[in-house]
Design a protein around this ligand. Structure first.
Ligand code: GP0
Length: 829
């Protein structure tokens, strides 16, 4: 029989044409085949969307080819692998990124031109894959790109939500949410693997059993749901490697309860089974508070359980002994969301593989590392004991056991310090007894990563002080980064060519440190000319987009000043708007000669508010109210325009960032764990106006404080300022602008009252009043710098040149070396 198989596969190889061909004619042929046979349209009659689908399928074929080879190779080499578990991935579009990483962009552009299509127009047909909320999820996506590019043997695991992050529509200046049914028109970038599926169990009871004379626990689950794999190939740049992002979807289980069918309740039995699918239905849209929701817990366990079954199956294909587990597997948990995986690994090793507890725990402690993205202790997840006990009864027992042993160990070091023990306990005793998922992670993980230096300090000295004192060696800084492939090569092709031309190489796309070579030319007049042209082209694109969406015409000579990110009080979009009101008020009170000295501005704000976050929604409305007033005021003209860009997402960012002159990062110091938007602006040569928070501190070190506009209270000043209470209202100017809003100058007086209250009346937790004067100074400094266009361009070049550290390639290398202990595994071409 073996010989037969061999003959068969030889025959199949004989029939294969080798690798898919990438010359323009072959690509055209492939696209047309997909028009006819995949999209099932006539070659003589198909529209742009259908052309996009056919194009995407031809790219997909090429992705699959590499993805197969990579997996074969990984299997053959069997290196230690990193499994990246994340509840969110914000991938955005795939087309352009894929053809660039595959190295066949020009061939495709050419093929399409021959067929009478334009690559860029077709690329616009693609919707965003928005399976995530914000920074955390986009960072996960950037990390996947770097893992693939640097040839690491990595897999991503997550959930395939049917509804991604809601679409934001604006009606009369108010945010409304619409479901994002992104799979409506099919998704060419995924591969459904109907045969890769695992049952995931919930509820039920735990019973004791005697096995080989040993007492053990078994979980008798009450519900089973099937997890089906959808694979998303992630191509690396400049390599044959394409890794896998495996997302799980819930399907009704095959095992069904005969009884409900025989009792005649056929319809209801089916309807109930169908409910299983709700687990992967929808992404939670609140990006940092989802405490105690049953569905959320089920989502977490669902993807964790399926992923671990998959990982263990793959391990067992080649290995028998679990002692080898830590040599072959590293598990990264992205924030505490997947931390139930710690209890699941213990359950599998102890209950199913029958390892004894301490051996199993020893293994768990060597495989897990965690990255914490939150700053505030309140942001850390807690799950009520009752809820966990009902959904996952055996896991609750396991967590209790982990905690019992943790407490025993702590007593050795801290003896009678009960306060400390209760702070470090995984179980929080309180009105609602809950499980602290962060403490569970800290007890087990060998590394706990902060996402910037400032953030790690906060973790060490505040959030996890007790744990730091016990295990200082666990705490590591891995400053975030972003991928220059998407954020320069895909989204800013003109900048990409300039960089390659002046450096004389494209090598920076894989080795971004080289970008520092631009410093040498920071004053070169020829580079300045090219740089300014690049900016102008990108601003034109952005201006057109703004006009189409909002009907506001903006002048290209104005400074494009941008703040795009989730709307949060701590991110202080309100500070920005109050600053705009101040600017408006000043211009209103100027005579004509003063007006001539004003630097014209286009203030652009974009971002979504969590559907239940009232204050954030009021901020969005205020932005529109101010825009309405300012944009229609004939005294103002082009000196000031205010624009709110609706439905901010990854592809909007790709358009906006390259077209901005200045970007704002205004978080109250100590509140932004890292910030990654700022890194994308930096790479694109946009100057930063920022507080000394998160990664901005490290950016200042790289490019020099003189090349950005820093302002506001410092991290260590904030607690004292809060203590003191800013009843002084900071400055007169601040009081005045808040009063304008209060008095109904922009309408909606009653509606904005509570918003004003948040920054006045002894409140102002985020210190807007305190930072306002310093903010205005930084804004004035930006104006002065903009007037001197040579100086500005030089600062802009130095920003790009100094952005090398903020590539996710650097971040991933640090993780690989310091946390995961993995080596590249490069598939030969
Ligand atoms: C942090 F805690 N972040 C959380 C969260 O629930 N969601 C989220 O997106 C972000 C941080 O706010 C960040 O500072 C950071 O850069 C990012 O995680 C990735 O580490 C800015 O978005």
């Amino acid at each position: 029989r073996k010989g037969g198989l061999k003959a068969k596969s030889e025959k199949m190889f004989g029939l294969m044409d080798g690798f898919l061909k990438n010359d323009s004619v072959s690509l055209q042929k492939d696209i047309l085949d997909h028009v006819e046979f995949t999209v099932a349209r006539s070659r003589f009659n198909f529209d742009d969307f259908e052309a996009y689908q056919a194009l995407a399928h031809s790219v997909r074929d090429r992705l699959i080819e590499r993805w197969h080879d990579t997996h074969q190779y990984f299997k053959k080499k069997d290196p230690k692998r990193i499994y990246f578990l994340s509840l969110e991935f914000l991938m955005g579009r795939s087309l352009t990124n894929s053809v660039i990483n595959l190295g066949i962009q020009d061939q495709y552009a050419d093929a399409l031109t021959q067929l009478g299509f334009d690559f860029e127009i077709l690329a616009e047909q693609e919707g965003d894959a928005a399976l995530g909320n914000g920074g955390l999820a986009r960072f996960a996506a950037c990390q996947m790109d770097s893992l693939a590019t640097l040839d690491y043997p990595a897999w991503g695991y997550g959930l395939r939500y049917q509804y991604g992050l809601f679409r934001q529509i604006i009606v009369d200046g108010f945010q409304h949410e619409q479901p994002d049914f992104w799979l409506n028109f099919g998704n060419p970038w995924e591969i459904e693997r109907v045969h890769v599926s695992y049952p995931v169990k919930f509820y039920g009871t735990v019973e004791e059993e005697v096995l080989n004379g040993k007492k053990c626990k078994i979980w008798i689950p009450g519900e089973s749901v099937e997890a089906v794999a959808y694979d998303n190939p992630i191509p690396g740049y400049g390599t044959r490697n394409a890794i896998n992002l495996r997302l799980w979807a819930a399907k009704p289980s095959d095992q069904y309860d005969m009884e409900s069918y025989t009792t005649g309740d056929y319809i209801n039995a089916i309807v109930n089974r169908q409910k299983a699918e709700t687990i992967s239905n929808v992404l939670y849209p609140d990006d940092r508070s989802y405490q105690g929701k049953e569905l959320r817990l089920k989502q977490q366990y669902f993807f964790v359980s399926a992923s671990l079954q998959d990982i263990i199956r793959r391990f067992k294909d080649l290995h028998k002994n679990f002692d080898e587990f830590p040599e072959k597997i590293a598990l990264q948990i992205n924030d505490t969301h997947p931390s139930i995986s710690i209890a699941e690994v213990m359950r599998v090793l102890v209950d199913e593989e029958h390892l004894d507890w301490s051996k199993a725990w020893g293994i768990a402690c060597r495989i897990f590392s965690v990255t914490i993205h939150a700053v505030q202790p309140e942001g850390l997840e807690k799950i009520p004991v009752d809820l966990l006990g009902s959904v996952l009864p055996r896991h609750l027992e396991i967590i209790y056991e982990i905690n019992f042993r943790l407490m025993e160990e702590l007593k050795k070091s801290f003896d009678q310090d009960y306060d400390r023990l209760s702070r470090m306990s995984i179980i929080e005793e309180g009105a609602v007894k809950s499980i602290r998922m962060a403490n569970l992670s800290l007890a087990c993980c060998h590394t706990v990563n902060g996402v910037s230096r400032v953030h790690l300090e906060t973790l060490k000295t505040r959030v996890f002080k007790d744990f730091y004192e016990l295990w200082p060696q666990k705490f590591q800084c891995k400053t975030n980064g972003v991928t220059q492939r998407r954020w320069i090569v895909v989204s800013n092709p003109s900048l990409c060519s300039i960089i390659s031309k002046w450096l004389g190489t494209e090598a920076w796309i894989r080795n971004v440190d080289l970008i520092a070579g631009l410093r040498e030319y920071a004053k070169d007049p020829d580079l300045h000319t090219e740089w300014k042209n690049m900016k102008k082209v990108n601003k034109m694109r952005l201006a057109e987009y703004i006009e189409t969406l909002t009907s506001v015409k903006v002048s290209l000579d104005a400074m494009f000043d941008v703040q795009i990110k989730r709307i949060h009080e701590y991110k202080r979009q309100l500070l920005n708007i109050l600053g705009i009101i101040h600017r408006y008020d000043c211009i209103k009170n100027m005579d004509e000669s003063d007006k001539r000295r004003v630097v014209p501005r286009v203030c652009i704000i974009g971002g979504k508010a969590a559907p239940g976050y009232e204050v954030a929604k009021k901020i969005i409305k205020l932005c529109h109210a101010v825009a309405d007033k300012v944009n229609s005021d004939p005294d103002i003209g082009d000196l000031l325009k205010v624009v709110f860009i609706p439905d901010y997402n990854v592809s909007v960012a790709e358009l906006v960032i390259p077209g901005s002159d200045l970007s704002q990062h205004l978080s109250t110091a100590g509140h932004e764990a890292s910030g990654t938007g700022c890194m994308k602006f930096l790479m694109n040569g946009c100057l930063l106006l920022a507080t000394a928070d998160g990664s901005a501190v490290e950016i200042a070190e790289e490019i020099g404080e003189a090349n950005m506009f820093l302002f506001g209270a410092k991290v260590d000043e904030v607690p004292a300022l809060r203590e003191k209470g800013t009843t002084l209202k900071g400055s007169l100017q601040f009081a005045r602008v808040v009063r304008m809003v209060r008095d109904g100058y922009f309408g909606f007086k009653d509606y904005f009252k509570s918003l004003c209250d948040t920054v006045e009346d002894g409140g102002d937790f985020y210190l807007l009043g305190h930072d306002f004067a310093s903010y205005l100074e930084a804004q004035a400094a930006a104006d002065r710098a903009f007037v001197d266009q040579e100086k500005w361009t030089q600062m802009s070049i130095l920003s790009t040149a100094g952005s090398g550290k903020f590539s996710s390639d650097r971040t991933i290398e640090e993780y690989a070396e310091q946390s995961w202990g993995i080596e590249p595994c490069k598939c030969p071409f």
